[in-house]
Ligand binder design. Sequence first.
Ligand code: OFO
Length: 168
Amino acid sequence: MNKKVVEALTLQVNKEFYSAYLYLAMNQYFEDQDMPGMANWMYQQFQEEQFHAKKMLKYLNSRGVKVVLEAIEKPQIEWPTTMSVFENVLEHEESITASINNIQGIAVDEKDFATMNFLQWFIDEQIEEEENASNLIKQLQLIGDNGYGLLMLDKELALRTFTEPAAE
Ligand code: OFO
């Protein structure tokens, strides 16, 4: 497999694990704030990010690559407001989108058609990741300082679940 593509995907595995860790830190923040629904939303996100990392590991393994795991950076653990947590989610997902797009660019340059095909799933996934975060920011803007509205949103976010696709 092309060396540049392997390097970029290996770095992305670390970024996906970092994403998982960041969402776990956000989960802990909301647990501490007594917002169980928001804590749940972050926990589901934590699981989803681990799935992303595993999907990449599996792909690299299927192409004969042994992945060298690096240290995962310590995530931010405190935020000033609920809104700022979700703004951080959006900003983080935008950076992940840029990172995935960058790898796709490398795969195109190196004519690695299998990786181009593999990454399409992540490109589509990032549209959803960004949309979810910006929808929540819009809802929080509408809620403003209304405590009842915030509790209603928390109840809604308690319903989110993530099930790892069986084939993976
Ligand atoms: Fe893996 O998509 Fe979010 O970070």
